[in-house]
Structures are given as C-alpha cells and as structure tokens.
Write a protein that binds this ligand. Structure first.
Ligand code: GLN
Length: 482
C-alpha cells in the first residue's frame, strides 16, 4: 500500500469489496501515517488504537461473512477533542480536562461507528473551541500542513489539518462562530456546518449552546455528503435536534445547478479582505455563472453587527456552560485551604487558559444584572435582525456565496496579542451561526504562495442538499477536487 494513497469513502468501499485491502490494514496504514506526521503537525492529542482495531476487525468480520458493508465501512476518521468518546480521554484542549475520560459517546460518534467508521483518535483544537487559530490549545498549536509556519485556523484546527494531511479520510469539527468552515478554508479542504438542530449535539461539550453545531471535514464534497447522511437526524437525547426528515443528499446532489439564483451580499465584499482572496472568490462566482447560476446582488445590512453580537451571545452562554468545571464534577481539582471557594478559584485559575478566562469574564459581565438589558438582551435583538437578513435574502435567492475568511492562513504568533484582529477572522462566518443556517466552505484556489482560499455557500435552513449540490458542481467544474 503506497503511503501517499489518497482514499475516499467510495474508494475504500471498492477496495474492501474487491478485497485489495482489509479494514485492519487500512487502519494500520493511517495510524502509522499519524505517527510519522503528528510530531510535526500536533493535529492529534490522543490515538485510540484499541478501539480503532476492534472496529476494523468488526468490519473485516462483516466482509468475511459476506454481509453487506455499512455506508462508512472501514473509513478512518478523527474526532475533535470537544466531542465525548467513551473510554477515550476528552480534553477540550484544556488543562482542566486533561485526564477526563467520558463514560459515554456523543451521538455523532456513535452514529459514525454504527455506520462502520474507524475512530483513529482525538484532534487538537482551541481550548473549549474558543479561538480562530488553534493557538489557544493548552497542548500547543497545530501547524498547517500546507505551510508549517502558519496556523491551520481554528478552533477545529487539528481536524482540518488531519484531513488536509491525509491522516484521516474525514473528521468531525464543531462550529460556533466559524470553527469548521474557517479551518477548512485555511487548510484547503471542504468543511460543512449543518443547520442548527440537524446533527445532534448530545455529548458535545457545550460552548455556546444556541450556536454550537457538529459537522464534517473531508477531501471531497461527495464524502461530506456521505458523512452528513450518517450524522443527520433527530436524536431523543438532544431536545434541540430537529425532527425534520433527512433527504437523500446524494440524489439532491445530482440535480443540475442551472438556473439557481446565487445571492452576492455587498457587505461581504468590502475593504478588509485580502486581494488574492477577493480575486479567487470572484473567479469562483464566475465558475458558478458558467454552470448556469444567476447572480443577484444583495444587501444584508446587519452584517456589520455580527462580530459584536456573536461575542456577547457566545461568551454569555460560555460563562454559564463553563460553570460546571468547578473541580468537583469533572477533571482537575486543585485543593484550597479547607475552603470550597478557594478550591474553585485555584482549580479554575490553574485549569483554564487566558482566552477562556477572558470569555468567562466578558460573558459574566454581559449577563450581570444592570448590564443584561444593555448587552445580552440587545445582542439577542440584533441576532434576530441578522437572521431576518438571511430570511429576506432567501426570498430572492436559492443560496448565498461569499468568501469564508478574509485572509489566508496567517503565521503562528502573528495575531496572539491582538484578540480583536483574531476575532475578525470570523467576520464572514459568524452570521450563519447566529442565523442557524447551513453553510459549506470549499477550496477555490490558492494565493501566489500556495495558501488555500475558501468559498462559502450558505443555504436556507435544512437545505444542506442544495448547498452540497452547488458545492459538488463547483468542485467538478473548477477542478479543485483534491
Ligand atoms: N473563532 C470563534 C471564537 O473564537 C469561533 C469559534 C468556534 O466556532 N468554535 O469564538
């Protein structure tokens, strides 16, 4: 088996059926790729050898008995370390959970495994998914496999890097403000944020509960569809998961894109965007036109307030969610002087990193009496206006196309001392989180230095099929298929 062979969900299935490879061999190949590359990339925090081989053997057993292989049979995947895995430590890239081993699996993990996927391990990320560069991990930054001196984006940087470096065929990330799409864009791989409620959040360590989504990274749009097919659908364990029927994404993807109306919102194409990003995204829009899509110029007037709104809502929810890490129930405990408050303080003081503390303080402030109306309540109102921008846009268009990120991958260290510059990395992505709509980032070329650029496609709620249809047509036409 060639070390550099590029596998996809369908090529794995073909090879398993033709018996040119076994799930065990494939698993061993990927684990050894990781052993070789990870010291440099730092994309994985934990490898789950035992569980991976047990699953591989199960798949090989199904094959040996001549039974039908499940849809993701033998597909090696990685899971962001904010998603719970039974018996495998789940750190959230934080000291406070450094040794925490969950007693149960997240629904997304369970569904992947039931569909035959092999979980290789847990990926590095920004601590509690708070960040845009993966530099907020307590276990060190991840390097972008395309340019090792640069960030992979964040917060799901390890998942994006793992897939881009072909250390996994797919990976789970989470998106609260852009953390699936932005690292997908910076590492040059397709990455999808589903509609809020499409994929169960059960077992995801909460950051901003009204924003958080789990979604896949892969190397082709068709593989994204394969993961989405398995992940989507109502889960009794997550009351916010939607009972909307899951269509056949593959059938949807076959529909021609000819005649679809594509909205181009002026607010996403103003100053502040890198010139090469602008050029490639505009070229991408031309590709869609060539495919028969019609562009419609739009205004989404509340876009300017999205970053401010997001950082109030997300931090308010985070400050409440993270209160559970008190040294009693999970993970680290640093003893105080026979005094509960002192134990809390010491545990949190030593367990949380600087960015997490900043968010808890900002969120607590925004929720405190006297400021609640001025900040949190107002942010919720603006959130409704941002959502309305999308609702009104989707009365005129079938999808919205924008850049994913205003700049390509930046250098490690470049923005660490400037939280505001870091927060602006999410300027084109946070709107979709606030509005609850689905979106994908797909590669649309690279800068002259070879740094990947991503094109973002938003669709109305529960229109993942159409978003995938456009992304697939774009990928085919633009020759950006990995
Ligand atoms: N970069 C954003 C933040 O720091 C978004 C993170 C995310 O989507 N998890 O909050």
């Amino acid at each position: 088996m060639s070390a550099s062979k590029h596998w996809t969900v369908s090529s794995i299935r073909t090879a398993l059926e033709a018996k040119t490879v076994s799930a065990r061999e494939l698993t061993a190949d990927f684990l050894s790729r990781i052993e070789k590359r990870n010291p440099e990339l730092n994309a994985f925090l934990t490898l789950s050898y035992e569980r991976a081989y047990a699953q591989a053997d199960r798949i090989d057993g199904i094959r040996a008995r001549g039974e039908e292989l499940p849809p993701l049979a033998g597909v090696p995947v990685a899971v962001k370390d904010v998603i719970s895995t039974r018996g495998i430590r789940t750190t959230c890239a934080s000291r406070i959970l450094e040794n925490y081993v969950p007693p149960y699996d997240a629904t997304a993990v369970e569904r992947l495994e039931n569909a035959g996927a092999v979980i290789l391990g847990k990926t590095n990320c920004d601590e509690f998914a708070m960040g845009s560069s993966n530099e907020n991990s307590a276990f060190g930054p991840v390097r972008n496999p395309v340019a090792l001196d640069r960030v992979p984006g964040g917060s799901s940087g390890g998942s994006a890097a793992a897939v881009a470096a072909q250390l996994a065929v797919g990976a789970l990330g989470t998106d609260t403000g852009g953390s699936i799409r932005q690292p997908g864009s910076l590492c040059g791989v397709p990455a999808m944020m589903p509609t809020y409620g499409r994929v169960s959040r059960y077992g995801l360590v909460a950051f901003g509960s009204s924003l958080d989504r789990i979604g896949p990274f892969a190397t082709t749009v068709s593989d994204i569809a394969a993961f989405m097919a398995v992940l989507s659908g109502r889960d009794e364990n997550d009351s916010t998961s939607a009972s909307v029927p899951v269509p056949n994404f593959f059938t949807d993807m076959q529909n021609p894109v000819d005649g679809l109306r594509i909205g181009i919102p002026a607010e996403y194409f103003r100053e502040g965007m890198d010139a090469e990003v602008r050029q490639k995204v505009e070229d991408g829009i031309e590709v869609l036109k060539k495919l028969g899509c019609r562009t419609v110029n739009l205004s989404m007037p509340h876009t300017d307030y999205a970053i401010a709104t997001y950082y109030i809502v997300a931090n308010a929810e985070a400050s409440s969610n993270l209160a559970r890490f008190d040294g009693v129930r999970f993970g680290l405990r640093v003893d105080g002087k026979n005094n509960l408050r002192d134990m809390y303080k010491k545990t949190r003081g030593q367990g949380f990193g600087a960015e997490v503390k900043r968010r808890i303080m900002l969120g607590t402030y925004a929720l405190s009496s006297g400021y609640y109306d001025a900040y949190y309540l107002r942010a919720q109102k603006v959130r409704s206006l941002i959502t309305r921008d999308f609702t009104e846009a989707f009365e005129k268009v079938d999808a919205i196309v924008t850049p994913t990120s205003p700049s390509p991958a930046f250098r490690i260290g470049e923005r660490v001392d400037d939280p505001l510059a870091m927060y602006l990395s999410d300027i084109y992505t946070v709107t979709g989180d606030l509005a609850g709509v689905p979106a994908i980032s797909i590669p649309c070329g690279a800068t002259s230095r070879g740094l990947p650029i991503g094109l973002q496609i938003f669709g109305p709620p529960f229109s993942e099929g159409r978003v995938l249809q456009l992304a697939e047509a774009f990928e085919r036409e633009s020759g950006n298929r990995n």
